[in-house]
Design a protein. Structure first.
Length: 223
């Protein structure tokens, strides 16, 4: 059952990325490469998307950079995002943790916005629940978390943004993200094939509509 689900998840990534040109990571108001930014946005793409932020997170990162007053640097988690789901997520957690740790060591005042789509949302959630990946001192510097179509979505969590009533195909379990509850929004469409265990792939691909809400939430969290 798990193998079939993982293969379906991979297929969804193929459908989502097919024929789409992913924009390069160039942001008009991005912080200079040789300076510490106020905020680092770190994003993990969905299954089989090209290296980078992917088709959903790229325009969202651009919107955050354009509309928020803080200086922002954007980093894409360098991980496989492939069919070997468990190993891929594990590598993603390690890569994300490394990104945070390197910036935190060099830039003592930089705060972090973590965001993930589909398999990438699983990566972000696993990193948040791992003390070895993000110890308390680093957790405190995470200003906001954005999750879209998360396969580990758990129903009735206070940070859920959904019109569905079910959990995902790999539910994380109630309370696992309590430390970040007031800093998180998890967007999950009704009948999404993965975050709701539903039947609709179209619902899993329909998250760009939340860009304004996500940007407003991050703005509030950053103050």
């Amino acid at each position: 059952m798990r193998l079939r689900t993982v293969l379906s998840l991979a297929a969804a990534g193929v459908v989502g990325a097919a024929g789409l040109v992913v924009a390069p990571l160039t942001f008009a108001a991005q912080a200079p490469g040789n300076a510490c930014a106020d905020v680092e946005v770190i994003g993990a793409r969905g299954t089989t998307e090209r290296p980078g932020l992917g088709i959903l997170l790229t325009p969202l990162a651009q919107q955050l950079t354009r509309e928020l007053p803080q200086s922002i640097r954007t980093t894409a988690v360098d991980y496989p995002a492939n069919f070997n789901y468990t190993a891929s997520v594990r590598q993603g957690v390690t890569a994300l943790a490394g990104d945070v740790q390197r910036t935190a060591a060099a830039c003592k005042n930089t705060r972090f916005v973590l965001m993930g789509y589909s398999q990438g949302a699983d990566v972000v959630g696993d990193a948040l629940t791992s003390q070895s990946a993000l110890p308390t001192a680093l957790q405190d510097r995470v200003a906001a978390v954005l999750l879209f179509g998360d396969p580990t979505f758990t129903r009735n969590e206070p940070f859920n943004v959904t019109d569905g009533t079910r959990s995902g195909v790999f539910p994380r379990g109630a309370g696992r993200l309590n430390t970040f509850a007031d800093r998180t929004q998890s967007f999950c469409n009704r009948n999404d094939q993965f975050c709701q265990g539903g039947t609709s792939l179209a619902a899993h691909l329909d998250y760009a509509k939340f860009a304004d809400d996500a940007t407003a939430f991050v703005g509030e969290q950053l103050g």
